[in-house]
Design a protein around this ligand. Structure first.
Ligand SMILES: [Zn+2]
Length: 382
């Protein structure tokens, strides 16, 4: 099958789908993009809100407490299946590469083992990259964290979860250097002005991704500039999870700041910024559907920037951080990105390794008309 679509600049493009003959399928002017990346996720606890119960304080601490109680009641097989199903839901929305933080505090490293098994089983459909992530600190299982770091693709961290932050930072950076692995660390993820990122960047001898970095929102412009210059000098990446950060951060009284890192400032300073879905319908974020276009839409709303070029946050910027070449495509159910951000319709189709692996077959109708065609007519005619 040969799919006819448009690229982002409006040029005709043809994509050959393997093993489906030489028929032509016209997508009627829909646009095709490189498939998306989710650069920060915890798929093991996706869709667990009804097991954990609500997060009554909307705080990270309550979310961790509630999740950790459920976590250890699950088997490796349970966790693996949950990761695989959640990844397939993300695939439906056009994501073919996902970085998964696997919890090294799970009993018997079940989360890490399950994530590694899921990575193997999903390889034809979604590339998973596994990070050894100490949700409740390295001290909860120090030997397990070291072992998990050897098994995983990246060394993770969460310095604020341990008493001795300095030791935590020294341990993860030293381990990453010994293992010759990149770091992706949950850091400075509260509303106060913690400054652990400076030390992490100073100690690290391998590439660093700073996950969350919500404190940057609260720094003075001078402090923010100083850190951004260091991030740029070290060629580090910043990964923001706007859905989760918007929910967990910002305090509980008015005025209520956004609590999301300075995405726009970072982009404008030429820093590589990527986005993650982070959580889906769980105690950390009680909504969402596994759609990175929705995550980008939230980031654009928070930063009041509806620049179509920001699609790079979930495509080429992430490809650079993920470190592989992306040969997958997503065909949007839209004729341009402005329309796509407005409707957030499910994707028309997703092409992975030359195969059409996801297809939306909804036929929307109001009376006898398609409401989205009505919208397109309004956009195109006056
Ligand atoms: Zn996380």
């Amino acid at each position: 099958m040969i799919l006819r679509a448009k690229d982002i600049k409006g040029h005709d493009i043809e994509i050959t789908i393997e093993g489906e003959g030489r028929t032509f399928v016209d997508t009627e002017g829909r646009i095709v993009l490189p498939a998306f990346y989710d650069m920060h996720s915890h798929l093991e606890n996706a869709f667990t809100l009804f097991f954990t119960g609500d997060n009554n304080s909307s705080s990270l601490e309550e979310a961790v407490e509630k999740w950790s109680k459920v976590r250890d009641s699950m088997t490796i097989e349970d966790i693996k299946r949950r990761i695989e199903k959640a990844a397939l839901i993300e695939l439906f929305y056009g994501t073919t590469h996902i970085r998964v933080h696997a919890d090294t505090c799970s009993s018997n490293l079940k989360s890490v083992k399950a994530a590694l098994l899921a990575k193997q089983e999903l390889a034809d459909y979604v590339d998973l990259q596994i990070v050894a992530f100490p949700e409740q600190g390295i001290d909860c299982n120090r030997e397990g964290f070291v072992m998990a770091s050897k098994l995983a693709d990246l060394v993770g961290g969460k310095p604020e979860a341990d008493e001795d932050i300095e030791e935590h930072l020294r341990l993860i950076t030293g381990l990453a250097e010994r293992l010759n692995k990149n770091l992706d660390v949950h850091i400075d993820q509260h509303d106060d002005k913690t400054k652990h990122s400076w030390k992490l960047l100073e100690y690290a001898r391998t590439h660093v991704a700073l996950s969350h970095l919500t404190s940057l929102h609260f720094y003075s412009d001078e402090e923010a500039m100083s850190l951004m210059q260091l991030i740029k000098k070290k060629k580090a990446t910043v990964i923001s999870s706007p859905l989760t950060a918007f929910y967990l951060n910002g305090g509980s009284s008015y005025p209520m700041p956004r609590g999301v890192t300075r995405i726009k400032d970072l982009v404008d300073h030429g820093i590589n910024v990527c986005l993650g879905h982070d959580d889906i319908l769980n105690a950390f974020y009680p909504s969402g559907r596994g759609d990175m276009l929705q995550v980008l839409w939230m980031a654009m709303n928070i930063e009041r920037t509806f620049n179509p070029n920001w699609i790079s946050l979930i495509t080429i910027n992430s490809e650079k951080e993920f470190g592989n070449k992306n040969y997958d495509y997503v065909i949007l159910d839209a004729k341009n990105l402005v329309e796509a951000f407005s409707t957030l319709l499910p994707r028309w189709g997703v092409i992975r390794k030359g195969r059409l692996v996801a297809k939306n077959s909804d036929y929307p109708r109001v009376l006898d008309q398609n409401p989205y065609n009505l919208m397109r007519e309004l956009m195109e005619q006056i």
